[in-house]
Design a protein around this ligand. Structure first.
Ligand SMILES: C[S@@+](CC[C@H](N)C(=O)[O-])C[C@H]1O[C@@H](n2cnc3c(N)ncnc32)[C@H](O)[C@@H]1O
Length: 310
């Protein structure tokens, strides 16, 4: 017995439907219409295989072709976020916010900050969005937010913009900014993280303070190495939002131990390094730590992870 192919069966079925004298013109037109739609769908798939749609966003280890929150007219948070990114870029272009990776030396090209911000947009959007959410869902006055790993203050800038956009009472918040501003130290690194020894030695507290000068009334800059620095300045007793971006697992764990017990109900922790292959130990300590906490940890496609406290 000959086995007919699925395609032959389909064609026969189609022709019998089309030429069946017992079917009305309307029914035959419906059959033709579905054939047309099916063919168009297949051609679109073929076109996408030959020439894929360019991604709407690429960078920070992810790529997407979906609609972006800052490009729609309906997402107010997305549009406000983009405005704060534009404001930051304006400050950078006027040299009021310096972010140069310590590379402005003879022989080095000045890095493109606009390219960096564009590539980090989804990541910075999560910073903005999570800080806004934490202010909305925690009860405090003033709201305390904390960042460990501040660098030039770029992520802090997005957090401050988000908090200010959410507050009903002007300046009703404090931001505690912890960083060594002196280069990473071997004693805080595991064997696999030792490649980062000495990184960020080009930073200075003065530069970061200048960058955030529009908000210094709300900022507490705490210079020193985590964990020792917590003995000198343990930070606030209540926390709405915590951002950890330390590129090292032990100081990440010590930050979690220091501040998560102080996280208010509805508070948020955003981990920057969670999903990066190069920081797998950070993910391990975070997973272990959060397994005992009352809330949920969600990994994000940017490599970040967000913890929502119940
Ligand atoms: C990736 S950068 C932070 C970037 C910043 N969050 C942003 O997006 O704008 C990491 C920072 O962590 C700081 N850091 C790393 N280990 C530290 C430690 N044990 N104590 C204090 N600061 C540390 C470095 O000095 C550096 O500024």
């Amino acid at each position: 017995m000959r086995i007919k192919s699925v395609r032959t069966v389909r064609i026969r079925l189609f022709l019998s439907k089309l030429f069946n004298p017992n079917r009305s013109i309307g029914q035959k037109l419906t059959t033709l219409k579905s054939l047309l739609l099916n063919t168009m769908h297949k051609l679109t798939r073929l076109r996408l295989m030959i020439k894929p749609t360019p991604p709407s966003h690429s960078g920070w280890g992810m790529s997407t072709s979906h609609v972006l929150p800052w490009d729609t007219s309906t997402d107010i948070i997305g549009r406000r976020f983009l405005k704060s990114e534009t404001n930051l870029l304006n400050l950078i272009n006027q040299d009021k916010f310096v972010m140069n990776w310590g590379l402005v030396k003879p022989g080095y090209a000045k890095p493109s900050v606009s390219k960096y911000l564009k590539e980090a947009r989804w990541r910075n959007y999560y910073i903005y969005w999570s800080a806004k959410l934490a202010i909305k869902f925690t009860q405090a006055s003033p709201h305390n937010i904390v960042e460990t790993g501040v660098w030039y203050g770029a992520s802090a800038y997005f957090a401050i913009s988000a908090v200010e956009s959410e507050l009903t009472k002007d300046n009703d918040f404090r931001i505690f900014l912890y960083d060594a501003w002196s280069g990473m130290k071997a004693e805080n690194l595991t064997a696999s993280e030792m490649r980062n020894n000495g990184h960020y030695s080009y930073l200075s507290l003065e530069q970061t303070r200048n960058n955030l000068q529009g908000h210094v009334q709300q900022c507490e800059f705490i210079k020193g190495y985590i964990p020792e620095v917590f003995n000198k300045n343990p930070g606030p007793n209540e926390v709405s939002w915590l951002h950890i971006d330390l590129n090292s697992s032990m100081p990440t764990l010590k930050t979690l131990e220091q501040f998560v017990p102080k996280l208010l109900p509805g508070g948020v922790v955003l981990l920057d390094d969670y999903g990066w292959h190069s920081f797998s130990e950070t993910r391990e300590v975070a997973d272990k730590f959060f397994s005992n906490e009352d809330g949920l940890l969600m990994p994000l496609p940017t490599g970040q992870a967000i913890f929502f406290k119940r």
